[in-house]
Design a binder for this molecule. Structure first.
Ligand SMILES: [Zn+2]
Ligand SMILES: [Zn+2]
Length: 446
């Protein structure tokens, strides 16, 4: 069976998540998007696991199902913060579990090392190598997958707090690491440039903090597997059954090239290197993006193609395409008014983005929207790359969310520590939450 899976999810108890982010809301919007298998998110959180138990049923397959039969896999994300080799390390890790019982054993083991009730993605001072031992002591069917592996601040290869190899992070437990989540800012092609990753299976998921279709399923993995956890596990561990990944264009990610958001400085890696990675405006170190980091660690030239790799689709969420063409905010009524007829006619968003022809599309939407859908599908338009927390935008169009992305202060704040960075993120997220209330006004019910 084919599943279009988004297996990096958060729930309403995760920091910066909407209070309406529940299992029923996830199911509803997954259907609009065209996602057919979801991660539960946040199973270590005491209230969220109760919500999972209320909404989902186990049937022995390892897939949990809603009342209508929609499948979920038990999934959570934890943040590991510790020091190794005299340097602070910050790595986000995805965990997959075969049963609620095993999920609860994971939570119990983690509770001996810290609290789990303050965030859906709790923090532990546990090294990467040790977390694998901890999990394997509970069950060999738990899978550990490093999350959004290239993002600068919290990732196994991150320029700030990451490692130069999986071996350095996981030691001899690297043999139990079978897959990496490539994250929004990188795609499989970028990862192919590291011969060390040849045996690693590359997966893509959204890391959503809201259920809106411009977040849910923004990245996804298409599996051809039986509807059970064992079959999923085999796919993750051997690659057999991973048919394709759906990527946002990596340039569109918030950390693709180098720069400083507050200084309005955006630089390609080669330009940043010429400046010794120092910002020409504020003279402090630049936030090094994913492309730069890949260049640093790659042992192959750009353009290398991995043999027998799963197919990749590069897509931009439909709401963003419409917002870009109409030059309206992503959650405005005008954008929903163009979005809804496409979903009604063609079933779900991913079908619109991946399969429907130009002639069919233009019967239902503005011809410019139809053209941009096709151009993006065929990758004939350029994306102006994102940097230091600012999303990329489609060349030839202003970023419709540009107002939100403008720095609040002209002067660069002392925002170089992850703590300050997190605080800034949290305050933006608060704003996003209050924005969400307005956004819902434009919704039609599916
Ligand atoms: Zn994360
Ligand atoms: Zn600067």
């Amino acid at each position: 069976m084919e599943f279009i899976a988004d297996l990096h999810i958060h729930g309403k108890y995760s920091r910066a998540c909407s209070k309406e982010l529940t299992i029923p809301a996830l199911e509803k919007w997954a259907k609009v998007k065209g996602i057919t298998l979801l991660g539960t998110g946040d199973f270590t959180h005491p209230k969220w696991i109760e919500h999972i138990k209320e909404e989902l049923n186990e049937d022995g397959s390892g897939f949990l199902r809603t009342k209508t039969g929609f499948p979920f896999i038990l999934q959570t994300e934890i943040s590991l913060i510790y020091s190794q080799g005299g340097r602070g390390r910050r790595v986000h890790i995805l965990l997959y579990a075969p049963t609620i019982k095993v999920a609860e054993q994971i939570t119990e083991a983690l509770k001996k090392r810290g609290r789990v009730d303050y965030d859906g993605r709790p923090i532990f001072k546990i090294p990467c190598k040790e977390i694998v031992d901890m999990m394997r002591n509970i069950s060999e069917d738990i899978e550990v997958v490093p999350a959004h592996c290239w993002t600068p601040w919290f990732a196994v290869f991150g320029s700030n707090g990451g490692f130069d190899s999986l071996e350095e992070a996981f030691g001899d437990n690297v043999k139990h690491i079978h897959a990496l989540e490539t994250g929004i800012s990188s795609d499989p092609m970028m990862n192919w440039r590291l011969s060390k990753l040849d045996k690693i299976n590359l997966v893509s998921f959204s890391d959503l903090h809201s259920y809106w279709p411009w977040r849910l399923g923004r990245e996804a993995t298409i599996f051809g597997i039986e509807p059970n956890y064992k079959s999923f596990l085999k796919a993750i561990r051997t690659g057999e059954g991973i048919k394709a990944t759906i990527e946002a264009d990596p340039a569109y990610g918030k950390y693709h090239v180098d720069g400083h958001r507050n200084c309005n400085v955006q630089l390609e890696p080669a330009e940043a290197i010429k400046l010794n990675n120092i910002c020409p405006v504020c003279n402090s170190p630049l936030t090094i993006g994913v492309l730069h980091r890949v260049e640093e660690l790659a042992d192959r030239k750009n353009g290398f193609v991995r043999k027998d790799a799963p197919k990749t689709y590069h897509l931009i969420p439909l709401s963003e395409i419409i917002a870009t063409v109409l030059q309206k905010g992503i959650a405005t009524r005008a954008v929903w008014d163009a979005y809804n007829p496409l979903i009604e006619k063609f079933g779900n968003e991913l079908n619109v983005l991946m399969n429907v022809s130009f002639d069919e599309l233009k019967q239902v939407c503005d011809e410019r929207i139809a053209k941009l859908i096709i151009d993006l599908r065929e990758r004939t338009v350029k994306i102006n790359p994102g940097y230091d927390g600012v999303y990329g935008n489609i060349e030839g169009f202003a970023n419709p969310d540009a107002d939100e992305e403008k720095p609040k202060r002209e002067k660069a704040p002392k925002e170089k520590t992850p703590k300050a960075k997190k605080a800034a993120k949290a305050s933006k997220a608060k704003k996003d939450l209050s924005d969400n209330k307005d956004k819902q006004k434009g919704l039609s019910d599916f």
